[in-house]
Ligand binder design. Structure first.
Ligand SMILES: [Zn+2]
Length: 86
């Protein structure tokens, strides 16, 4: 995952809440005749697969690049917080 801002290209309201969807590989062995699952190993993360990001507001999923590109197109403007509360 890159240390860059995300912006959901679908709902265009979320820059904050996301899920990361990773691809796991779970090796298993099957009985060749009955098809019964014999044993299953622990799932391992598949390396070199691009991260899929899900927007937690609209549930849109897409690859990480789409979220980064959208944030680059529409960067968050720094808003100065009024100091009247201090
Ligand atoms: Zn969204």
């Amino acid at each position: 995952m890159e240390d860059k801002p995300y912006f959901c290209p679908n709902c265009r309201s979320n820059r904050y809440k996301f899920s990361r969807i990773t691809t796991f590989s779970t090796p298993f062995r099957k009985d060749a005749i009955t098809g019964v699952l014999l044993e299953k190993d622990e799932p391992v993360i598949v390396p070199d697969v691009e991260d899929i990001i899900q927007c937690q507001v609209c549930q849109f999923t897409g690859n990480e690049m789409r979220f980064i590109k959208q944030a680059e197109r529409e960067p968050r403007t720094q808003t100065t917080v009024p100091t009247m509360y201090t």
